[in-house]
Design a protein around this ligand. Structure first.
Ligand SMILES: [Zn+2]
Ligand SMILES: [Zn+2]
Length: 346
């Protein structure tokens, strides 16, 4: 397809982004062109928009940002099989090598040579997006595009939450950004006994409550360890899902997990974290799992099943729906912490 399109571009090193006209990307033999119906803003996009240290070291402007999308295929590369114009799709944002040890042993989400859509090559905040066909996920027609665009981050939450035998168990979700909110909903959907949600933002805790948290705790006002120990009769909880990125929250969380309990860590910590490994992990016999990406494609099947069956309703988390022209408002809401997920419509 020839012509121009609108896209949100990180034009130069520094804060901000611009909406501008660029060329519609040319499709290679193994790619498809997707017309975006809905895209959503991720924390990663906010890092790039704000131009923090990580972005300054990783991003090479000019770059179209964004990686969470739902849309329809409008063009198919010559060598692509199994996809056609009109197919309704979402996209796994990790482009993998297919050759490394991890890719060849069923752990492609841990590929050693991966690159990321909207980070290492042009992303989805645009009218049209070029995507390798191997990264496509087929959506059910009945799934609304704003929900379908969220499967990438919901997938992070699904992998985090379902890494443990969570049904009938007590759970702490530490940090209620969007992925924490999704984790609360997923834990509730699969029958967790009781979910504790912890954050420092009442707006986010309000959404966590709507998603199924029985107890919400603002760590600025309440001693988290005392409160949860008291509520559990001194027993603690079975499972900790840590996504606050805050060292104190992690330390408190580890103290609250029962002996023999388990932990998922999805956070990125700004600095090295010092924890009492002997007392808080070893002697308690904890199992700790680091989480990155989504299992391809096991996590996507589980995510779609939760959404298509209706057992996971993410509508309380979708707090902003904006035309792409108003993207600045979306980034401002995210910087203020006064939002769940922000959807943009190209
Ligand atoms: Zn994302
Ligand atoms: Zn690989």
């Amino acid at each position: 397809m020839k012509g121009k399109m609108k896209a949100i571009v990180k034009n130069e090193a520094g804060a901000g982004a611009v909406l501008k006209e660029v060329k519609i990307p040319e499709v290679g033999p193994h790619d498809v062109l997707v017309e975006a119906e809905a895209v959503s803003i991720c924390g990663t996009d906010l890092h790039i928009y704000n131009w923090d240290n990580w972005s300054a070291n990783r991003i090479k402007p000019p770059l179209i940002i964004g990686h969470e999308i739902a849309g329809k295929i409008v063009e198919v590369g010559g060598e692509v099989e199994g996809w056609k114009v009109g197919d309704y799709v979402s996209v796994e944002c990790h482009k993998i090598c297919g050759q490394c040890y991890q890719c060849r042993t069923g752990q492609a989400h841990l590929c050693r040579n991966y690159s990321i859509l909207g980070v290492d090559f042009d992303g989805v905040f645009a009218d049209y997006v070029r995507v390798p066909a191997t990264n496509l996920w087929r959506n059910k027609e009945s799934l609304p595009s704003e929900v379908a665009s969220l499967q990438d981050p919901i997938g992070n939450a699904v992998l985090t939450t379902l890494s443990h035998d969570i049904s009938t168990k007590t759970v702490i979700v530490m940090g209620c950004g969007a992925i924490g909110m999704f984790c609360v909903g997923i834990a509730a959907a699969v029958g967790a006994e009781k979910i504790y949600a912890v954050d420092v933002n009442d707006y986010r805790l309000g959404i966590a409550e709507k998603m199924g948290a029985a107890v919400v705790i603002n760590a600025l006002r309440t001693d988290v360890v005392d409160a949860i120990m008291e509520d559990t009769g001194g027993e603690g909880v079975d499972i900790l899902l840590e996504m606050s990125g805050n060292a104190v929250a992690l330390k408190n969380g580890l103290k609250l997990v029962k002996n023999g309990g388990s932990v998922s860590l999805l956070s990125v910590y700004p600095e090295e974290v010092c924890i009492d490994l002997s007392n808080d992990v070893v002697f308690k016999g904890l199992t700790i799992k680091g989480i990155t990406g989504r299992r391809m494609w096991d996590t996507w099947y589980k995510t779609a099943a939760l959404l298509n069956s209706g057992s996971l309703d993410v509508s309380p988390i979708i707090t902003h729906k904006l035309p792409m022209e108003r993207f600045e408002e979306g980034f401002q809401a995210m910087n203020a912490g006064e939002c769940g997920k922000v959807i943009l419509y190209p």
